[in-house]
Design a protein around this ligand. Structure first.
Ligand code: SF4
Length: 493
């Protein structure tokens, strides 16, 4: 992953609705979840007798045409949009996975990342189980079956006992639909009702409204639900000592019209901006947000600071993702393909630029340069989340230790590197105040390094990057030509 953004692990959707064209509804459901993954899309349906599926690389609208949807019969279905974290992005790894099992044919879709995939994979291979993909989703499916249990409830109990990490799974059989959220509840999953007898599960509530379903409730961490002709019922509840909902769902991943724990994301992000303005004011003339995810925070900041909110950056919605660009310079160019400054609002002004997060700093550095070229007199960067100093191992593709700018540099050094007058992050306490919930309910490991589950040891590359002090050559145009420090745990800068 070379992009300067976090990437969601995937979006999952499931529907059981007698009399309904489940494939079409699933198409709309995963279309609403497209922001969670753009590498491949797939749908599997059941008419009660057999399972049919289609998957392809690309966006949902690339993968499905009217003739394809027409061939996917049935009243129940699951769908998936993929961003690859474990395993490559090829078609073989696209989901749903469809397989013949001793309990009948199934289709399975997964959002998350198993942190002990290698161990589970070895165990399956030692037992003579052949694997056809490199995904942890196939490992999850085969681990379910490795239990040898004669009902799905027991298969899931086995999976929960041996699998570690983040997973929301939807599993389709000819008899019904199963949905499970891992016991710590890293990734979101909710339940909705469609018509009188239809039920829907989805990664985010925005998919419920898109298909005309009404919100019922969140699937609880560790909850296993079966949906069939008798409606939804909880088959099991696998407890954990705590929950660890990914805090980045609030900050960046989720669509602003989705809601978690009864809060609409747009409102929470506005409150993050207000809180940031209370904590980190700046003498400035206008507030500009980085489209799209930072716009609510920028609005909140402007409101609290009583400054004009202006559209200073325009996003090209048809640009390709910058991660296809192979080096730093081309990556910066990729940022400029995506965003262009709007001179009218910023020329001669002291600008507060609000972003939701800073990962490598590539995007921020390119945006600041663009604002300056467009005539901004000063640029003050305000980040509506704490500094990201640790990588994610729970299915969010961001960067390794060596690539995280806040792991390498102090706040003042980052400000210098990004060429901004001042830089301030929202405090962790301020973030929690904006969300209005207890921090123990969340995973915030990318800020704190306090992982709720055992995670892999750092790679050799990271160990090299963690060497206490390295000097970078001072070159013309180098964004940062001073001492790079490695933030070892507890090292004071
Ligand atoms: S480490 Fe960060 S991105 Fe990963 S699950 Fe935890 S909060 Fe989310």
């Amino acid at each position: 992953m070379n992009d300067d953004r976090f990437h969601e692990a995937c979006g999952v959707f499931g529907i059981y609705a007698p009399g309904c064209d489940a494939a079409r509804q699933t198409f709309f459901g995963i279309y609403a979840l497209q922001h969670r993954g753009q590498e491949s899309a797939g749908i599997a349906t059941s008419d009660g007798l057999s399972i049919m599926s289609h998957k392809a690389l690309g966006l949902v609208t690339d993968a499905f045409t009217e003739p394809i949807l027409t061939q996917l019969h049935g009243h129940s279905a699951i769908g998936h949009t993929r961003y690859s974290t474990t395993g490559g992005s090829g078609l073989a790894n696209a989901q749903p996975l469809v397989m013949e099992t001793y309990l009948g044919p199934i289709a399975l879709a997964h959002n998350g990342n198993l942190t002990n995939t290698a161990q589970l994979r070895r165990s399956l291979l030692h037992h003579g189980v052949g694997l056809q993909t490199t995904t942890d989703s196939e490992v999850a499916a085969l681990t379910l079956l490795a239990s040898g249990a004669d009902d799905w409830g027991d298969c899931f109990s086995h999976l929960v006992r041996v699998a570690q990490g983040a997973y929301c799974l939807v599993l389709l059989t000819n008899q019904g639909l199963y949905a499970i959220r891992d016991p710590l509840g890293f990734r979101p999953l909710c339940l909705g009702q469609i018509g009188d007898q239809g039920w829907v599960v989805a990664s985010e509530s925005c998919a419920l409204s898109t298909v005309g379903a009404t919100w019922v409730r969140e699937i609880a961490p560790g909850e296993l639900v079966r949906i069939d002709a008798d409606g939804p019922r909880t088959l099991a509840h696998f407890d954990a000592p705590r929950s660890a909902f990914c805090i980045f769902e609030y900050i960046y991943f989720a669509r602003p019209d989705s809601s978690f724990h009864g809060q609409v994301i747009h409102q929470v992000r506005m409150e993050m901006g207000r809180q940031l303005a209370r904590e980190a004011p700046a003498a400035a003339d206008v507030v500009v947000g980085v489209p799209d995810s930072a716009l609510p925070a920028a609005m909140g900041y402007a409101e609290q600071a009583q400054l004009p909110y202006v559209e200073g950056l325009i996003k090209n919605r048809y640009s390709t993702r910058t991660f296809i660009q192979p080096n730093q310079q081309q990556r910066k160019q990729g940022v400029l393909l995506k965003f262009s400054p709007l001179c009218s609002g910023i020329e001669g002004k002291r600008v507060i630029l609000v972003d939701d997060s800073v990962v490598r700093g590539t995007t921020s550095s390119a945006l600041v340069a663009a604002l300056r070229r467009a005539g901004a007199k000063e640029v003050h960067l305000r980040v509506a989340s704490p500094a990201v100093r640790h990588p994610c191992f729970m299915g969010i593709d961001m960067a390794s230790y060596s690539e995280l700018i806040a792991h390498r540099l102090s706040e003042a050094e980052i400000a210098d590197a990004l060429n901004v007058e001042t830089l301030k992050y929202l405090s962790h306490a301020g973030l929690m105040r904006a969300i209005g919930r207890d921090r123990d309910a969340f995973c915030s490991a990318c800020f704190t390094g306090d992982y709720p589950i055992p995670v892999p040891l750092p790679t050799l590359q990271d160990v090299i990057a963690l060497t206490p002090i390295q000097r970078m050559p001072a070159t013309a145009g180098n964004v940062c030509n001073h001492t790079y420090r490695r933030r070892l745990e507890g090292e004071a800068l």
